[in-house]
Design a protein around this ligand. Structure first.
Ligand code: ADP
Length: 272
């Protein structure tokens, strides 16, 4: 079939159809590859803590006392179990987010308490890696409307990542400041860095610069997706910056906050 200009339009149509079909096939293959890789990563991440837990149990079977060996075994088992619980909780959060069932328990909160609990979450990872940690917090605390548990979880994830993706003995900093009606939280490290093409992609579900299967440190690629989802639910935003691989990274969270309280008048101020 030819069009008015004598061009074979049917053929052009078929070529487009073939290209579209190829594209659809390619996307299907890609998503099935991503699914296979996710299942392999998940199996790996769930399997990993089981070996030390089994070893710990064997030790406790033989050594029923409370000596240093069984104490160490108990501590290891507890740490590994905690790791598995966090993994499964993260997965449950993902499914709550995608089904729209996640709820924020919002109240008027102080940012300082969010920072304190995030530091409690990430302190073990920061000190295990021997990083120097600096917290730069404003003198006047910032108040905001938010869910303190969810905000600490988001900030804790960023600090844990900074610890995890920085070679031992690195530097990690948390800087908090007010910018008008926004609280700005910045987590900086001098670690692995992120290639420019990945700066926004790292927030996608299951996105990793290097697969968990190719590196010593674990992870499912869901931490930053959770961070962005939780921050967005609070009306905020989060972006990543890095000068590139090996150049460190910085993550900046912006959250709407309440107006600063005017300084209380001094008692000895002269009455007007
Ligand atoms: P996970 O750490 O489980 O892989 P995340 O969603 O927390 O998943 O992070 C996604 C990816 O972003 C990581 O795999 C890592 O490649 C990269 N990333 C996150 N934080 C940092 C950081 N502070 N420095 C360098 N890379 C990072």
């Amino acid at each position: 079939l030819w069009d008015a200009q004598g061009r074979p339009y049917r053929m052009a149509g078929s070529v487009i159809e073939v290209t579209e079909r190829k594209q659809a096939e390619h996307e299907l293959q890609e998503s099935s590859r991503a699914k296979d890789e996710f299942i392999a990563t998940l199996a790996h991440e769930l399997r990993n803590p089981l070996a030390p837990i089994r070893t710990g149990l064997d030790i406790l079977k033989r050594d029923t006392g409370n000596g240093p060996v069984s104490q160490r075994a108990r501590a290891t088992m507890e740490r590994q179990l905690q790791h598995m619980i966090r993994l499964v909780d993260d997965l449950l959060d993902i499914s709550r987010i995608s089904s729209g069932k996640i709820r924020l328990d919002v109240s008027r909160i102080h940012l300082r308490s969010v920072v304190d609990s995030a530091l409690e979450i990430s302190r073990p990872a920061l000190s295990a890696a021997g990083h120097a940690f600096e917290a730069d917090l404003p003198d006047d605390d910032i108040e905001l409307m938010g869910d303190p548990t969810r905000l600490s979880q988001a900030l804790g994830n960023l600090l844990n990542n900074a610890a995890k993706y920085t070679p031992p003995g690195g530097r990690v900093a948390l800087r908090v400041r007010r910018e008008g009606d926004q609280a700005v939280l910045r987590v900086e490290d001098n670690g692995e860095g992120i290639p420019p093409g990945m700066l926004d992609r790292v927030f996608s579900l299951f996105a990793q610069v290097r697969s968990t299967l190719d590196r010593a440190q674990g992870g499912l690629g869901i931490g930053l997706y959770l961070v962005r989802s939780l921050v967005t639910m609070h009306g905020g935003s989060v972006v990543a910056e890095s000068a590139g691989p090996g150049q460190g990274s910085a993550f900046t969270v912006r959250l709407p906050c309440l107006p600063a309280q005017p300084a209380a008048p001094k008692h000895d101020a002269p009455a007007k």
